[in-house]
Every structure is written in structure tokens, then in C-alpha cells.
Design a protein around this ligand. Structure first.
Ligand code: AMP
Length: 307
């Protein structure tokens, strides 16, 4: 049984206080699948690119063991393009450009071998498309995780609310949780979002870590304090890829195991931000990942007796 990943596969242009890139490869599904491929060799990618997308990148997906049969290449069309500029704190950014291009009328076609995944990661994409993917599956997967962003809350809220009814876990950042719920307090926001469909909610807070909410329980994982954050683009997607990749590897979807999955997601995201784009996600070893997870364990572990 496999992990099906759908999302944007894109070109990004990024500006941070440390520099600027021309068009580089990005996209939610790119980060998610590359990251998840370190946990499971059964990643199936659904997405669409134009004929401007580099063949070498598709080749590198394959080298990571990612099944790209579901990645459509549209001749004569352009890939999705996103451009963003980070503020000095690197925790917030402005979107400068969103050109949907091939994503504007994306019809997510699932090859037959993709129709029975155990895990599904709906990466950032039009909520209607995320929904279509679920409708085209041959069964109800064990776990569906969905990511989305303010862009879709602003232009497709009704679709988004429908899709939310079909998923188990939602991952959004703090700003998006406030926008979706209309509540400033993240605890109140979480309570509200948990009535909209998902049974679990992860609120990502960038350098301030991530919160997992489920019923009346909350778990908090810190982010690794890094000397230099070079480019936060894709950190949220990498986090999601590590989270679901770990669950797919361990096949345990309990709240306790989700805590461990969050730590793995956070560890993977800490690699992502160390270089521009996906650069740091290529060629990691299991030893690198193990050491980083161990750093996380030490960062937040303490032991004392309650009086
Ligand atoms: P993150 O930094 O994890 O929030 O994700 C950044 C990635 O999201 C970039 O690589 C973009 O290509 C992609 N992205 C940005 N806006 C959208 C959008 N509206 N739909 C799908 N993907 C997007």
C-alpha cells in the first residue's frame, strides 16, 4: 500500500534578505514527495507541469523512488509559477506573483495503480482538485492529510469547506488558522476548525514550531533553533512530507505516533530551510535524518518529578 501525493509542481522565484533566485523548481508536491521518499519507497505523485519543466528534475524524482506516472506534462503550456518575498524575520512573506498556468484547468487523472493508496497527502492546490482526487479513489484511504493556504481561503472558501469534510488531518499555519476560523486565539481557532471536518489539526508556526490538536488534547513540537535560515520556502510542505512519510512508514495513526511524526516533519523542515529551494532535500542520508531527530529529542526532553 502506498502514499499518494497531489499538489503543485512548480517554478518559484524567491527573495530573502540573503539573496534572490531566478526561477527554481518548487511546488508543494515537489517538497512533499522528495521529503516523504526518505521514509517510504512507495510515493505516487499526481500533478501537472508544462513542457518548460526540466526533464532532469523528473529524473531526480524517479531516482528518489517516486512514481511519476501521475505527473502530466502539458505540451505547449507553462508550469505553475509562484514568487514570494520574505520579511526580515523570515517568518512571514508576501506573495508577489501567482500564475496558475497549467494548474488553471488541471484534471487530476489517477493511473489505475494509484487508486488504492493507504495514505493520501493533499498538498496545496485548488480545493476542488483535491476533492476530485479523493472522489476518484477506489476506496477510503486509512488517512487523508490536507494542506491549504490563505490564497484558497480567499478565492474558493466554499469548495475548501467541502473538501475539509473529507479529510482527517489539516495542516495550516497560524495566520491561515485565524483566517479560516475568524478567531485570533489559536486554541479557539483550533476548536472551531475541528468542527469543520478534520479530526486532527496541525498549526505550523514557522520558527516557533507546530501544534497538534485532537479532541481536547494538544501537543507542541518546537522548531530547531538554527543559526542561519536561508530560505523558508517549502518548509511547510517538507514538514507535511515528513509527517505523513513517517506515518506511512510506521503504519500507526494513533495520536501518540502523530507526535513522533510531527517531530520527524519538523526535523525534515529544518533541513529544507538551510538552502534555497529543494537543494538540501537532495542526497540526505538516513544518518543525517537520525542525527537531526535526535537533536530534536534532546531539545525538548526534560525529566522531573511533580511535587
Ligand atoms: P510553503 O513554503 O511550504 O508554504 O510552500 C511553498 C510552495 O507552495 C512553493 O514552492 C509554491 O510553488 C507553492 N505554492 C504557492 N502558492 C500556491 C498555490 N496557490 N497553489 C499551489 N501551490 C502553491
Amino acid at each position: 500500500m502506498s502514499l499518494l501525493v497531489v499538489g503543485s509542481v512548480a517554478f518559484d522565484a524567491i527573495e530573502t534578505p540573503f539573496g534572490k533566485t531566478d526561477k527554481i523548481v518548487g511546488g508543494a508536491a515537489t517538497y512533499i514527495s522528495l521529503c516523504a521518499s526518505y521514509f517510504t519507497k512507495d510515493v505516487q505523485l499526481v500533478g501537472v507541469v508544462g513542457d518548460d519543466f526540466p526533464a532532469e528534475t523528473i529524473e531526480s524524482f524517479k531516482q528518489h523512488g517516486i512514481d511519476t506516472e501521475g505527473l502530466q506534462i502539458k505540451q505547449g503550456e507553462k508550469s505553475f509559477f509562484w514568487s514570494g518575498r520574505y520579511h526580515n524575520d523570515m517568518n512571514s512573506r508576501d506573495t508577489l506573483v501567482t500564475e496558475l498556468n497549467v494548474l488553471a484547468d488541471f484534471d487530476p487523472i489517477l493511473p489505475e495503480s494509484y487508486r488504492y493508496p493507504e495514505f493520501v497527502m493533499l498538498g496545496n492546490l485548488a480545493p476542488k482538485v483535491q476533492q476530485t482526487v479523493l472522489e476518484r479513489l477506489g476506496h477510503r484511504p486509512r488517512l487523508v492529510v490536507m494542506d491549504t493556504m490563505n490564497f484558497w481561503m480567499e478565492i474558493a472558501l466554499d469548495d475548501l469547506k467541502q473538501t475539509l469534510m473529507m479529510v482527517d488531518v489539516l495542516t495550516i499555519n497560524d495566520e491561515e488558522a485565524r483566517l479560516l476560523s475568524g478567531e485570533y486565539s489559536l486554541v479557539k481557532a483550533a476548536r472551531k476548525v475541528l468542527t469543520m471536518g478534520p479530526k486532527f489539526l496541525i498549526i505550523k508556526k514557522g520558527e516557533h514550531g507546530a501544534l497538534l490538536f485532537h479532541e481536547n488534547e494538544v501537543f507542541f513540537a518546537p522548531a530547531l533553533p538554527l543559526e542561519d535560515v536561508f530560505d523558508p520556502t517549502g518548509a511547510g510542505d517538507t514538514f507535511a512530507g515528513g509527517f505523513i512519510g513517517y506515518l506511512a512508514k510506521t503504519k500507526d495513526i494513533s495520536f501518540e505516533n502523530m507526535k513522533r511524526a510531527i517531530i520527524h516533519g519538523s526535523a525534515m523542515a529544518s533541513f529544507c530551510v538551510e538552502k534555497f529551494g529543494t537543494e538540501r532535500l537532495i542526497g540526505l542520508t538516513q544518518g543525517d535524518i537520525h542525527d537531526r531527530v535526535e537533536q530534536f529529542r534532546k531539545l525538548s526532553q526534560f525529566d522531573f518529578q511533580l511535587a
